[in-house]
Unconditional design. Structure first.
Length: 194
């Protein structure tokens, strides 16, 4: 008697599965929140297409999409049968980098984001000091360019260039008013070159 019940249960589940594929297809996919990403690419990464079985569109489909550095968050909604809504929150590019990428406000590296980044231009040699660059850009909102080298950091302001061996020293004096020219900050004092 048990094998018959098991067979009947499997047959019922199989019928429900096949029925769900035919009776409830995805008729419409809405994508909300895109600013820089292309809708077709987002749908391809999430494997969402009209005709897919609506009941089987699950949040697990978002895993490949969430690996994209541009995507901060993504959620699926099913407002009514046949309709799937994908809500995406993209990261905001903040600092344009010389290689064409950008740093997002949360420190994520965004490929191709430089044209969309409103912050000061960033150039440098050596490993990218993300946290220091973000802190300097926030502390010096009028900066035009920030440079980093093994020797220290340069902040180019209108008419003034600041240099310090560490970002912390520049952050300590971020509210100061500086004369025109080149200002070198040291732990023991300041040097000015017109």
């Amino acid at each position: 008697m048990k094998p018959v019940r098991t067979l009947f249960l499997l047959l019922l589940l199989g019928t429900l599965y096949v029925g769900s594929l035919v009776l409830f297809p995805v008729e419409k996919v809405e994508v909300v929140g895109l600013r820089h990403l292309k809708e077709e690419a987002v749908l391809a990464k999430a494997r969402l297409h009209p005709g897919d079985p609506w009941l089987w569109v699950l949040p697990t489909r978002l895993s490949p999409l969430l690996e994209d550095p541009w995507v901060a968050e993504a959620h699926l909604e099913k407002p009514k049968p046949g309709v799937v809504r994908l809500i995406v929150r993209e990261r905001e590019p903040f600092l344009p980098l010389a290689d064409g990428a950008a740093l997002a406000k949360d420190g994520t590296l965004l490929p191709g984001g430089a044209p969309y980044a409103p912050g000061p231009w960033v150039e440098g040699k050596g490993p990218l000091p993300k946290e220091a660059l973000l802190a300097l850009a926030r502390a010096y909102p009028k900066a035009k360019r920030i440079r980093y080298t093994p020797a220290g950091f340069y902040v180019d302001l209108p008419g003034t260039t600041l240099f310090a061996a560490s970002a912390e020293l520049l952050l300590e004096y971020a509210q100061a008013t500086w004369p025109q020219g080149h200002v070198y900050l040291y732990s023991w004092g300041v040097s000015l070159r017109p």
